[in-house]
Design a protein around this ligand. Structure first.
Ligand code: NDP
Length: 329
């Protein structure tokens, strides 16, 4: 069994030197526990913040959402071969308590990795942001940032299924922009390196947008405030443009437009909306089966690549949700 430990606190962008691969000495199985072999690991932007002082302890295995298979169990609730969700990521094996894992019963025909992307926290974040925070109405236009990433590509596709009007995305390369408009059904997209976000958004939506799903913060948030119509809404999901900075960002300089345009800006955390999971699956599984929505994923194979996958995700190496495959599905 192997695990990745964080060995130093990154300043700015983390590097491979902040991590070490170590042999993991697993605790012996006691009643109520089970040995799990990991199959898929999720690497996520929030992990960058957890690497700063006051969060994750140095020299211990890192955490994160994962899917594993039970090898051996000393609890009647779990049997060898069962698939489970748990939080012992960044390692090949884990000893888990039966009461801290969630059994995973895959819908027939749906690939297992989907439970870390569209049918997992990523898809749930998109769905909650659209239906509970933006409360998107049919025909309304939507702008989403980091649109080619896990959450962003789910937002665009789910918004289409909810009957959205014009859907506009921003992403970090020309190839990603093409992916959005040619594969994922976005009406327009732009590379945010090509100019100020406000200008690029105005070109894509001269009449303004009704709603904005923010994954990026900073200049993107300011640009969206500029581009929103009166009574527009913002679902603030994340601020990936700021996770590597040691100083908090200056607020968007145009924040006061929230007042005179009567905008509504609301942040949210997916972990406060776990009750929506059943609704998400009822809604998405038929669309996944019919191909009206695709689980957009970059799956990196091999536990030895988990650190590179995480660092690559921060740099935009991923198209869709970044997932690491460490075992046989
Ligand atoms: P993504 O799959 O979107 O991966 C991160 C992407 O961010 C990269 O692919 C990169 O794409 C983009 N990016 C990196 N740096 C910048 C930058 N400076 N400016 C603009 N884009 C940048 O990750 P997730 O889908 O997992 O997460 C997306 C966002 O949602 C994050 O902010 C995350 O924290 C947030 N989130 C919030 C949750 C909540 O409960 N509120 C739950 C889950 C996620 P590119 O090539 O386009 O730059």
């Amino acid at each position: 069994p192997m695990a990745v430990h964080q060995v130093s606190r990154p300043t700015g962008r983390p590097t491979a030197d902040d991590f070490a691969f170590v042999t993991d000495r697993l605790a012996p199985l006691t009643p109520g526990t089970a040995l799990v072999e990991n199959v898929y690991l999720s690497v996520d932007p929030y992990m960058r913040e957890a690497m700063d002082e006051g969060h994750w302890e140095l020299g211990t295995p890192l955490e994160g959402r994962s899917i594993g298979r039970v090898l051996e169990s000393r609890d009647p609730a779990l049997a060898a071969g069962d698939l489970v969700f748990h939080r012992y990521a960044w390692r090949t094996h884990a000893v888990v308590r039966a009461d801290e894992v969630r059994p995973l019963r895959p819908h027939p025909g749906i690939p297992l990795s989907t439970y870390l992307s569209l049918l997992g926290g990523t898809g749930l974040t998109a769905y909650v942001g659209l239906t509970r925070v933006l409360r998107l109405q049919p025909g309304e236009s939507l702008f989403v940032s980091a649109a080619a990433g896990g959450v962003g590509s789910a937002v665009g596709q789910i918004a289409r299924l909810l009957g959205a009007g014009r859907i506009i995305g921003s992403a970090g390369s020309a190839a990603k922009v093409r992916h959005l408009t040619e594969q994922l059904g976005f009406d327009a997209a732009f590379d945010y390196h090509d100019g100020p976000v406000g200008d690029l958004l105005r070109r894509a939506a001269p009449e303004g947008v009704d709603s904005y799903f923010d994954n990026v913060g900073g200049d993107h948030l300011a640009g969206a405030i500029e581009g929103l119509k009166e009574y527009g809404r913002i679902a603030w999901c994340g601020a990936i443009s700021q996770y590597n900075s040691s100083e908090p960002a200056a607020a968007p300089r145009n924040l006061y437009e929230v007042v005179y345009k009567s905008l509504r800006l609301e942040g949210f955390l997916v972990r406060n909306h776990r009750d929506v999971q059943g609704e998400l699956e009822d809604f998405l599984v038929p669309h996944l089966r019919s191909g009206r929505i695709v689980a957009n994923e970059t799956v990196v194979a091999g536990f030895e690549n988990v650190v590179q996958a995480f660092l690559g995700m921060l740099d935009g190496a991923n198209l869709g949700k970044m997932i690491v495959q460490v075992g046989d599905p």
